[in-house]
Ligand binder design. Structure first.
Ligand SMILES: Cc1cc2nc3c(=O)[nH]c(=O)nc-3n(C[C@H](O)[C@H](O)[C@H](O)COP(=O)(O)OP(=O)(O)OC[C@H]3O[C@@H](n4cnc5c(N)ncnc54)[C@H](O)[C@@H]3O)c2cc1C
Length: 342
């Protein structure tokens, strides 16, 4: 029998370190336990909105106590399920730590996820927002996933098309929000690595490291070095990484902005629009290093909102609203939150 606890603090289970309580809390490590949890009274009382699935808690902002049930996904296991001439297909349980999975791939010489080293969180959340870093996204190595459908009470398979991945987006964040619980993800990794060092910072780091042979391990190490020096460690200061997405504007809009702000940073997308650096926009509005109580905007990375200790989720949310409004006022650009607001 699964153990359902009551009034559990979630402070240690979210990287923002927000101290709210879950009225009910349980952990599941297979689909039978998940089904058992979903049929318990607190879960059936309010099926859609009353259940919160938790992975590593590194992409959520908890703004209030959770009145329903929080279920931590602890499905484990990593196995090679098939291979062909060029690829290895590896299935990982949703509860596996993402970076440990990346390390497993490196040890076995499976290429494709090295640029995604050190992203916090678990395997199960990786397709949710199509995690990405340094020129690579999950969609580039994604094969399929298994998810439990809470409406039909059965496990279903999604292929890449079915997930409709976009920039920090998938069907699981949009039309199917709250419906599917991801149980495992199968990745298609390469036997013949195609090294991606298109991000200048990786090249510079490899040179600094005096690397003689470029391979998936040296790239992973370069990414780890860059990330450790740039991003605040949630163990030391609460945060959920980039709080906002980088916004897109039309070419016309960009030209107008460039006239007024010649230093504006942007790069052209395939659809003709221009992607702007949200961090730069926020910094120009004077928020970098701002602090009000324990809620703040990081002093080195304006895109990262932080909890200096005892901030409430609502205080961080209010700060994010002020930032959205000021960026809109100055640049006529609407920022969208990347972090899931609960
Ligand atoms: C310092 C730092 C750096 C970061 N850098 C990056 C980065 O470079 N690129 C990037 O893309 N992200 C980045 N992130 C964000 C975060 O690491 C990713 O979004 C990660 O995938 C979240 O995983 P998680 O297990 O912690 O998800 P959680 O925060 O636990 O959950 C996120 C959302 O997904 C839902 N969910 C979680 N698991 C499941 C499941 N199995 N089934 C259904 N729903 C589920 C939750 O209900 C919630 O809505 C960073 C975060 C931090 C703190």
């Amino acid at each position: 029998m699964m153990n359902i606890e009551e009034n559990i603090s979630l402070k240690k289970l979210n990287t923002f370190g927000i101290d709210v309580k879950a009225k009910y809390f349980g952990r599941f490590s297979n689909t039978d336990e998940l089904q058992e949890a979903l049929s318990c009274e607190p879960a059936t009382r309010n099926p859609r909105s009353g259940i919160l699935i938790l992975g590593g808690g590194s992409n959520i902002l908890l703004t209030k106590n959770v009145d329903g049930i929080v279920l931590k996904n602890e499905i484990s296991g990593i196995e090679k399920i098939k291979e062909d001439e060029d690829h290895i297909y590896v299935k990982a349980g949703a509860g596996e730590n993402w970076h440990s999975f990346v390390m497993h791939c490196l040890e076995n010489n499976y290429a494709g996820v090295e640029n995604l080293s050190l992203i916090p969180g678990n395997v199960g959340a990786s397709p949710m927002q199509n995690i990405g870093a340094y020129g690579v996204e999950i969609k580039d190595v994604f094969d399929s996933l298994e998810a439990f459908d809470t409406e039909d009470n059965r496990v279903v398979v999604f292929d890449k098309e079915g997930c409709d991945f976009g920039y920090r987006e998938s069907v699981f964040k949009r039309q199917f929000k709250g419906r599917f619980i991801i149980c495992s993800v199968t990745y298609r990794l390469s036997k013949k690595p195609v090294l991606n060092t298109s991000y200048g910072a990786i090249e510079a780091e490899l040179e600094k490291m005096k690397v003689t042979e470029r391979n998936i391990r040296s790239i992973s190490q370069a990414v780890i070095n860059i990330r450790s020096s740039k991003l605040p460690d949630p163990k030391i200061i609460g945060n959920a990484g980039s709080f906002f997405k980088n916004p897109e504007v039309t070419d016309d809009h960009f030209e107008k902005l460039k006239n007024e702000f010649p230093n504006i940073v942007g790069y052209k997308l395939e659809n003709g629009n221009i992607k702007l650096a949200a961090g730069w926009l926020i910094e120009q509005c004077g928020w970098k290093g701002y602090r009000k109580g324990d809620a703040g905007c990081h002093e080195k990375q304006a895109l990262v909102l932080v909890n200096y200790g005892n901030a409430k989720g609502s205080e961080i949310f209010d700060l994010s609203t002020e930032i959205v409004n000021s960026v809109n006022k100055k640049f006529a650009v609407q920022l969208e939150r990347e972090v899931n607001i609960i």
